[in-house]
Write a protein that binds this ligand. Structure first.
Ligand SMILES: [Zn+2]
Ligand SMILES: [Zn+2]
Length: 308
């Protein structure tokens, strides 16, 4: 299913971005345990809001969520590409809507690398048979050697390796598990891939019950609420979402991920699509997403990408 209202028009970031409006409650009205879209405004560069946080009351200035921007986090370095990992979203964990509790470091960065094999679930792993993966990966010896952490009961072919890292109180991270190699200078932007994408303050706004229900139905291939997608232009591609069940490109509703520290299931936490302040996006395909799981107890993040 696709509703590409803007397929023929030039790709711009603003035309695709959801607008705050009558269909959505603002983040101030929303409650914990609700799903949120991440909203950011390309007229609001990060720096100016650090200087003048209260200037634009469209923002909820209570929490300092930051979308993209340079990554200077200690340990957050791509071992394949020898450059900083991409910081997709950097969440302020004092926001009670995230329900992260007092044990979580002040910032929760969602990190990834789109220019190497740091996670290989969506490519060769997808097509390889069980136990037949030709992927070389690193697993920190301090953690459980659970290399097959992602599985889909509904599709026995789909196994893979999530990229995982641990957060520390100091704000630094340690890479726990990643796929090795695959570094390419040409994909996706012909050698012109930036070290980071422009940073901007971000807000969370509550996803309406109607939209959340439509996403839930779509993930189960239930077409009864497809009209919701037609009515909401912001659903014409995968959106950035925190909490709840995001639109899952591969409909992997049964996918599970196990924490390599405590061995428990890691709940799904967020999904980051392609849109950012660079009109090209993260990979130039609006039907891509990075899905994040998080173990609150161990402060471990696991993620992988999906594409259509
Ligand atoms: Zn990389
Ligand atoms: Zn754990």
């Amino acid at each position: 299913m696709r509703f590409d209202q803007n397929e023929t028009s030039e790709r711009t970031s603003t035309s695709r971005r959801p607008k705050l409006g009558k269909n959505f409650k603002t983040d101030l009205e929303a409650l914990p345990r609700q799903p949120y879209f991440v909203w950011f405004d390309d007229s609001a560069p990060l720096e100016s809001y650090f200087c003048d946080v209260e200037r634009d009351d469209m923002f909820n200035s209570s929490y300092r969520h930051v979308f993209c921007g340079p990554n200077e986090i200690s340990g957050a370095w791509c071992p394949n590409c020898n450059k900083p990992l991409l910081k997709l979203l950097d969440l302020d964990t004092s926001d009670p809507r995230l329900e992260l509790g007092s044990g979580t470091p002040l910032r929760l960065p969602l990190l990834y690398c789109w220019t190497c094999n740091i996670c290989e679930i969506a490519k060769s792993a997808y097509f390889a048979g069980v136990g037949d993966m030709d992927i070389d990966w690193f697993v920190s010896p301090s953690y459980l050697d659970l290399t097959m952490l992602v599985r889909l009961p509904a599709n026995e072919k789909t196994h893979g390796l999530p990229f995982m890292y641990k957060l520390f109180e100091s704000g630094s991270v340690e890479l726990i598990q990643y796929g090795k190699g695959g570094c390419t200078g040409m994909f996706p932007y012909g050698g012109d891939y930036p070290l980071s994408f422009p940073g901007v303050r971000a807000s969370l706004y509550k996803i309406s019950d109607e939209v959340a229900e439509a996403i839930y139905a779509e993930n189960r291939q239930d077409e009864s609420m497809e009209y919701i997608f037609r009515d909401h232009n912001e659903l014409s591609e995968t959106r950035h979402q925190v909490g709840g069940e995001p639109l899952l490109i591969q409909k992997d509703i049964d996918l599970t991920m196990v924490c390599p520290s405590c061995g428990k299931l890691m709940p799904r936490f967020a999904s980051i699509g392609d849109d950012n302040l660079d009109p090209r996006g993260f990979v130039g395909d609006k039907w891509t997403q990075v899905i994040y799981h998080f173990c609150k107890q161990c402060q471990i993040v696991g993620c992988f990408n999906q594409a259509d």
